[in-house]
Design a binder for this molecule. Structure first.
Ligand code: UDP
Length: 238
């Protein structure tokens, strides 16, 4: 039987990943495809925590730059991640994955609050845990929530699912000679000013020696290859 390299992972799924080709919101076909990729690794016995973003619905910073109070806008952004979390749970249920949504903001009629010990227990029971509402604090991002929850639950790696298949030396859309790194150190990524995750998230992973694998969620089988320890996307290590 195929042996996964990691027993427990933290997957960061951006809100934008759920849009597929749409301009806004949640594309049901896309979310079903993403869930099928997740199911394959769950079926392998890997414990999966997911931090879900909200950028497909509401991004605090964008509204703050239009004059809205930043903290207020960020709370709206966090609530958007809860909506995505519920949509993801629903798609998981349809695919036969048992999951729980935990929220960093208390809205107990809708989802249970984030309780670290309970989340770990769920993972041990083979349930997938969806972490919603980011860190629960304005001025942060769900990337930082991914680093934080990853460290808290003892994940062996943070998998950052994006639309691009890794980290490049320059923007591959603008520079034809941009090269994709298979592996890069935290220090080199910082020195080269490569946009991997936001700086807070990145610093937290580096300090906790928590590796990050950046890969494309739209590439079939990529998540599985990362989990099997194959060369997929870019691995950021100490
Ligand atoms: N957000 C926040 N604190 C957090 C996480 C998220 O205030 O700990 C807000 C912030 O406004 C952000 C929005 O929620 O723009 C959606 O999260 P994010 O932009 O990280 O989502 P993604 O880009 O991954 O879809």
């Amino acid at each position: 039987m195929t042996e996964p390299k990691y027993k427990r992972i933290l997957l960061k799924l951006s809100g934008e990943a759920l849009m597929g080709g749409d301009a806004y919101g949640i594309n049901r076909q896309t979310i079903a495809e993403i869930v099928a990729e997740i199911k394959a690794v769950v079926d392998l016995g890997v414990q999966v925590g997911v931090v879900i973003g909200g950028g497909n619905i509401f991004r605090g910073l964008a509204h703050a730059s239009n004059g809205m109070d930043r903290a207020q806008a960020d709370y709206m952004g966090m609530l958007a991640t809860v909506m995505n979390g519920l949509a993801l749970q629903d798609a998981m249920r349809a695919a036969g994955i048992v999951s729980r949504v935990q929220s960093a903001l208390n809205i107990e009629q809708v989802v249970e609050p984030y309780i670290r010990g309970k989340a770990i227990r769920y993972l041990e029971q083979g349930r997938t845990v969806i972490f919603a509402a980011g860190t629960g604090n304005p001025f942060f991002t769900t990337d930082t929530a991914a680093a934080l929850r990853g460290a808290e639950i003892g994940a062996e790696i943070v998998l950052k699912a994006t639309k691009v298949d890794g980290i490049y030396s320059a923007d591959p859309k603008k520079f034809a000679d941009a090269v994709r790194y298979d592996r890069i150190s935290f220090d080199d990524a910082i020195a080269q000013n490569l946009a991997v995750m936001d700086a807070t998230a990145f610093a937290l992973c580096r300090d906790q020696r928590l590796p990050i694998n950046v890969f494309s969620i739209y590439k079939p089988g990529a998540l599985m290859r990362v989990v099997l320890g194959e060369n997929e996307g870019t691995l950021v290590v100490c």
